[in-house]
Design a protein around this ligand. Sequence first.
Ligand code: NAD
Length: 294
Amino acid sequence: MGQSVGVIGLGAMGMGIAQNLLRGEFAVLAYDLSQAAMARAGDSGIAIAASPVEVMHAADTVVLSLPLARHVEETIEAGFAAGVFDNRQGMVIIDTSTSETAVSRRLAARLAEAGHGFLDAPVSGGPQGAANGALSMMIGGDAEWVAKAQPVLDSMAAKVIHVGDSGAGNIAKLVNNMLVACHMLTTAEALRLSEAAGLPAKDALRVINSATGRSALSEVHFPNWVLTRSFDSGFSAGLMRKDVRLALELASDAGCTMPVSELVAELWSEARSGLEDTDDFMLMGDPAAHAKER
Ligand code: NAD
C-alpha cells in the first residue's frame, strides 16, 4: 500500500472517492457520522476510524466530502482542539465539499499559520465520476499545496483546474452550479413545450444535442435520469438548493444583481417545487412535478 489518505464523509460522493483512492493503491482511512456508511466502506476494504480526529492524526493528506461549510469548519476545529496540527508540518486538507468562500479562506489562513495547506477543491461529475476517478475539480489555494497533493488529486479527478487563490474553487463551483439549476428548469420547460406541440421529448433531445441548445443536462442528465424515469442521479434537491442559496449570497456580497437566478431559486424552493430536500434533484425535470407547481 502507498501513501495514507484520510477521507471524512462517505456519502454519495465520499464513498466513491474513498473506494477509487483505495483502487489507486493509497492506504485509505475513513470516517462518517453514519454507522451504515462506515459499515459499507468497511465491507469494501476501507479502514475505518473511530473519529475524524483519528483520521487527521493518521494521514498527511485528508479529503473532506461533507454537506455544508459548517461541517467542514467543525471538523477542522475539532482537529485544532485535539492538537492534530501541532508538532507536525505539511498536511494538506483537500475539501471537495461545495462550501463557502469565506469559510475556505478562514480555514486556509489558520492552517497556513500552523504550517499546513487547505485547498477548496469542489468537484463536478456526480457519484459516477467520484467512483471512477473521473471528476472535474476546481481548486483554490497555494500552488505549493496543489503540487504536494497532486498524486491524490490526479487519482480523484480526470480534470484538475487550479483556478486561483483560496476561495476561487468555491466561486467557480457556485457559478457552475447556478447554471445547472437554471439549465435544469429551462431544459425541462423546453421539452414540455416540445411534447405539448407534438414532438416527443426524446426526439427534441436528439436535435438539441446536435445543436446550440445543448448542455450537460440535455446530454447526460435528461437522457439518463428523466427519460428513463429513474430519477436517481445521486444529487439531492437539498444540496442543489444549498448551491443556489450560496450562489445568490456570493452575488449579494459581490454587488451583482441576478434577476433570472433569483426567479430560478424561487422555483427550486420546496414550497414551489413540491420536492423534499432528500428527493433526487432530477425530479425537477419530471413533467408531473411541474404540473404540481401550476
Ligand atoms: P451526502 O449527503 O450523500 O453525504 C454526506 C455524508 O457526510 C453523509 O454520509 C453524512 O453522514 C456525512 N456527514 C455529515 N456530517 C458529517 C460530519 N460532521 N462528519 C462526518 N461525516 C459527516 O452528500 P454528497 O452528495 O456525497 O455530497 C457531499 C458534498 O459534495 C456536498 O458538499 C455536495 O454539495 C458536494 N457535491 C455533490 C455532488 C453529487 O452529485 N452528489 C456533486 C458535486 C458536489
